[in-house]
Design a protein around this ligand. Structure first.
Ligand code: GLA
Length: 382
């Protein structure tokens, strides 16, 4: 924070008016269910983007990305999609969507840094978008609710950046709570917190180091495949608006009506929505074994049916299984990123060592391992 303040002062010749922390996220279970109106079970984590910000009277937007060593300033108050400063689009997108809603605000000076690893599936981009909207709301007293901030951040990514992501990442970054996961119904946006603070069990991420170049295009394709499934299934029940409305039995009955790949995608999603509910029940009963089994099942579906895993994340899940974890699966959009592992706290050290060793032996790569703590969502820092 001190470095951030100093950098801000050095660049803008005055101390920042506001300091904000916006965390990355994990997702315990419920992958690729958010844009199918299903359930997710994410949490904010102790890795975050940190911002220093002040208002600007000329309406322009000046951003310094410390970790990239990059600086951007807009020509005027109107956000324009950047080709040379792709990173700035995550911030400008939020401005663009907020303007569409007629929200009145001026310009901004912003410096940011963070320890959310990029491209690791921990949603650094959602943290940036959520943080940006939170800052505009604070500095210009826009009177937005937390859920308004979530939705505007998501719209920025959907409509400006062009990634048709669901609501989960921004929701987790804004609404997260220390030592809790939160089940979100992505249709109604109702949510409920579940404590996750057993000393006996830990969550550990293994970062495959594979960056998901494919993810945006493949992600949007998966969305379209789900929609294609819905439009066919609708013919047999007009009440079906999304895969949330499809039961496993109904899907089975109409399996032959769906092209093979579309059926596979739908089957995974329908089962995954159900798994989140089972996972919540397991959590409530303190039944970590069942929770772990469900995580393995999710991975199987993501790999074989949804086809978003890669050899590296498959390897990490299988090695984790051999090393006695309760559950392991790839996390996030796919095509690289992290696996999330549920294991006994006593086993974390030996597990980490064995995983590093195996990854080096098999791929010749250093495996980064992050133990995670569940943290509060976006907030003002003193
Ligand atoms: C990405 C998206 C989320 C969600 C996950 C998959 O992280 O941004 O909205 O769809 O993938 O669960």
């Amino acid at each position: 924070m001190n470095r951030l303040k100093k950098e801000f002062e050095a660049r803008f010749s005055a101390p920042p008016e506001l300091l904000v922390r916006a965390p990355g996220r994990i997702n315990l279970i419920g992958e690729h269910t958010d844009y199918n109106d299903g359930f997710v079970l994410p949490a904010a984590i102790d890795k975050a983007i940190w911002f220093a910000a002040s208002r600007r009277s000329d309406g322009r937007f000046a951003f310094a990305a410390l970790d990239l060593g990059k600086f951007f300033i807009s020509e005027n108050a109107t956000p324009v999609l950047q080709q040379n400063h792709i990173w700035a689009n995550y911030l400008l997108g939020v401005v663009s969507e907020a303007r569409k809603d007629g929200l009145a605000f001026g310009g901004l000076n912003l410096v940011f840094t963070g320890d959310v690893p990029l491209g690791a599936g921990l949603s650094s981009s959602a943290a940036i978008e959520s943080g940006m909207m939170f800052i505009l709301n604070e500095l210009y007293e826009l009177g937005l609710s937390k859920m308004d901030i979530v939705k505007l951040a998501q719209r920025g990514e959907n409509n400006f950046v062009g990634m048709k992501c669901g609501v989960m990442d921004m929701f987790a970054s804004v609404m997260g709570r220390e030592n809790q996961v939160v089940r979100l119904d992505c249709r109604s946006l109702e949510f409920e917190y579940f404590p996750f603070q057993s000393d006996a069990f830990s969550l550990v991420l293994c970062d495959s180091g594979v960056k998901h170049q494919l993810v945006d295009s493949e992600y949007n394709t998966r969305r379209e495949e789900c929609e294609a499934g819905v439009s066919i299934l609708k013919k047999y029940d007009p009440g079906i608006a999304s895969l949330r409305d499809v039961s496993p039995a109904f899907l089975k009955k109409h399996a032959s009506e769906l092209p093979g790949k579309i059926f596979q995608r739908c089957k995974y999603v329908v089962e995954e929505i159900h798994r989140v509910e089972q996972a919540c029940a397991a959590l409530q009963n303190g039944d970590f074994e069942t929770l772990g089994k469900l995580m393995f099942e999710t991975h199987r579906g993501l790999d074989l049916e949804y086809e978003v895993s890669v050899p590296e994340t498959n390897f990490l899940v299988e090695e984790a299984r051999k090393n006695g974890v309760l559950g392991s699966r790839m996390m996030g959009g796919g095509f690289g990123g992290c696996t999330i592992n549920l294991l006994k706290t006593n086993d974390v050290e030996v597990f980490s060592e064995k995983m590093r060793e195996a990854y080096r032996r098999h791929f010749g790569l250093d495996l980064k391992i992050y133990p995670v703590r569940l943290a509060d969502g976006v907030s003002v820092q003193k």
